[in-house]
Write a protein that binds this ligand. Structure first.
Ligand SMILES: O=C(O)CCCC[C@@H]1SC[C@@H]2NC(=O)N[C@@H]21
Length: 250
């Protein structure tokens, strides 16, 4: 780390772009190493599952694009690395972790409302991932109105309204990039186990009844754990479901 910025990571700051994830996809083939792309304004920000991401000015919108090693399942575990890094960055800003939880697969909640979301996308061919794109949006200054999100979505909240703390996207990126680099190094050295344990320590609704909606079915059950592949494990009656991808409702 030099001046708080992690070694080996590049950074570019854009005044405006359609989507930092889209920009990451365009520049990926030209990059020699991992690169953060921060945009002060996005005109077509993307959310998970084809949704639109509301991105009021002053909020954080950035993407880390990298060329990870390993099989696609291993690569996708970066969503836990990124959400833990986000958690740590928010703690670094506010000085406190109370009220802060992680919602599977990769949202950050503050006082039960959605503070931040992550959109993981990958590029590749023949079953191999050539580039991983980790897009991160944080409601630093302003939360979208309830009317702007889906009816059953969690209430969006902002860092400013919930904690009274103001931080610029540029300053937040410094904290997030440092936290990400640290946890990525841990993931590379020791694998998923410590990341999984830290994630579970911060999990929202662990041991409680939640609902997961996949493209095929809706499962309601006790949130038992996240397994070693990153699946959500729900116990419904006597049946244990290991769910790789879903929307989760409390
Ligand atoms: O739906 C979600 O919860 C994920 C939202 C991810 C939004 C971020 S903002 C920066 C990056 N660029 C995008 O177009 N989307 C992600």
């Amino acid at each position: 780390m030099k001046d708080g910025w992690p070694e080996g990571y590049g950074r570019r700051v854009l005044a405006e772009v359609d989507s930092t994830n889209a920009e990451a996809g365009r520049i990926a083939p030209t990059l020699a190493g991992p690169e953060w792309i921060l945009a002060l304004r996005q005109t077509a920000a993307r959310g998970r599952r084809g949704r639109v991401w509301q991105n009021p000015e002053g909020n954080f919108a950035a993407t880390l694009v990298m060329r990870p090693e390993g099989a696609p399942g291993q690569v996708a575990l970066r969503s836990f690395v990124a959400s833990l890094a986000l958690y740590d960055a928010v703690v670094a800003v506010t000085g406190r972790g109370d009220g802060l939880t992680l919602k599977w697969p990769n949202d950050v909640l503050l006082n039960g409302g959605k503070l931040a979301g992550i959109l993981l996308e990958s590029m590749g061919s023949g079953g191999a991932v050539t580039h991983l794109v980790i897009g991160i949006g944080v409601n630093l200054a302003e939360a979208p109105e309830m009317a702007e999100v889906e009816a059953d979505a969690l209430r969006p909240v902002s860092l400013l309204s919930e904690s009274g703390v103001a931080i610029t996207p540029e300053d937040f990126l410094e904290l997030l990039a440092g936290a990400y680099a640290r946890i990525e190094a841990q993931f590379q050295s020791f694998g998923f186990a410590p990341v999984r344990a830290a994630w579970l320590d911060r999990a929202a609704k662990l041991g409680e009844v939640i609902t997961a909606r996949t493209s095929r079915e809706t499962v309601t059950g006790v949130f038992e754990t996240v397994d070693e592949h990153g699946n959500l494990v729900l116990l419904s009656g006597k049946k244990r479901h290991a769910i790789p991808a879903a929307d989760v409702f409390f």
